[in-house]
Design a protein around this ligand. Structure first.
Ligand SMILES: [Zn+2]
Length: 316
């Protein structure tokens, strides 16, 4: 319905086949503000919900799985999933975000952040009562003061849709993710380049210089103090990254779309339409090992309605 309305618009739509006119730079680490022994606070926020076709969440493996993945698109959309954003407060470096969540236009005009082709086909959206910017302000954070946004990956529009909401931010993304997301016809893989062009401040994380940390083979220490580590967790997408936080009392792992659901991690199930099922399995094995070695850690999947309904407003 929204797509049909969009087709009647007289203003020219952005051309998704054009590469964004952006010159990303290589991320230089550590960022300023690191402090030895620093612990961060985590606020899990929900920007809204996305409605999917149920087979997309069933996570089957085996010969019939590929056929079911295709047939998924014949099903009606019936299942609502949360679309999160994570506010992380560092005691010296200040607030950073992980993800941007839904753009406020997502429910009324999904073509704006997903393009006309997929804007009304793949998912439907409903927004939280308060936008992400309002939820930050509710917590005493000026959304325009957000200087760093870690993008786990660039799938639109539940992850990258809100890029334009944070004009003061540097957006950190794995270099491999950027290359796939800005390649020709990336829209067919779930990326929408006009959304990426809403920021000119892209910083590419190069995991060639990464260090192992615990269960994870490739990690980057964002502030050089161990409080926020980026983890290379590809598979769902080419350059998916997860985030490991040091809270005062324990560690918190945001594994986002490396596993949409808790069950997916427990049973090490890859997701339909994964960029690479083999790489995704390796990632799931790393996260699983972390969970076994850190039974008290807070571990949060990307879109699990049951887990998200039980999260507290803030973790320290
Ligand atoms: Zn994704």
């Amino acid at each position: 319905m929204a797509g049909a309305v969009a087709c009647l618009q007289l203003t020219p739509a952005p051309d998704p086949t054009r590469r964004p006119a952006i010159a990303p730079t290589i991320l230089a680490l550590p960022l300023e503000g690191g402090a030895e022994g620093a612990a961060v606070r985590l606020h899990p926020l929900v920007s809204g919900e996305m409605q999917i076709r149920p087979w997309l969440g069933e996570l089957r493996e085996g010969p019939a799985a590929a056929l079911r993945e295709l047939l998924t698109f014949l099903q009606p959309k019936t299942t609502w999933l949360p679309v999160p954003v994570y506010l992380v407060e560092h005691p010296v470096a200040g607030p950073i975000l992980v993800e941007t969540g839904l753009d406020p236009s997502a429910a009324s005009d999904p073509a704006k952040t997903m393009g006309r082709l997929f804007g009304s086909v793949l998912f439907s959206y409903r927004l939280a009562k308060r936008t992400v910017r309002e939820q930050l302000a509710d917590r005493g954070i000026d959304p325009d003061a957000i200087r760093t946004v870690v993008m786990t990956h660039l799938h639109t529009d539940d992850h990258a849709g809100g890029v334009g909401q944070f004009p003061g931010g540097d957006f950190i993304v794995d270099r491999r993710e950027w290359e796939v997301a800005t390649a020709r016809r990336s829209i067919l893989k779930g990326y929408y380049r006009p959304v990426l062009a809403r920021s000119g401040r892209w910083k590419l994380a190069d995991y060639a210089t990464a260090q192992p940390y615990g269960a994870f083979a490739r990690t980057l220490d964002l502030f050089g103090d161990g409080s926020v580590r980026l983890l290379s967790t590809p598979g769902h997408s080419a350059g998916h990254q997860s985030v490991l936080l040091r809270l005062q009392s324990r560690e918190a792992l945001l594994y986002v779309d490396a596993a949409h659901y808790e069950r997916q991690l427990r049973e090490e199930l890859t997701f339909p339409m994964a960029h690479s099922k083999r790489t995704h399995r390796e990632t799931l094995a790393e996260i699983h090992r972390f969970v076994v070695e850190h039974p008290n850690a807070l571990v949060i999947p990307g879109h699990d309605p049951r887990v998200w309904s039980q999260l507290e407003p803030v973790y320290e």
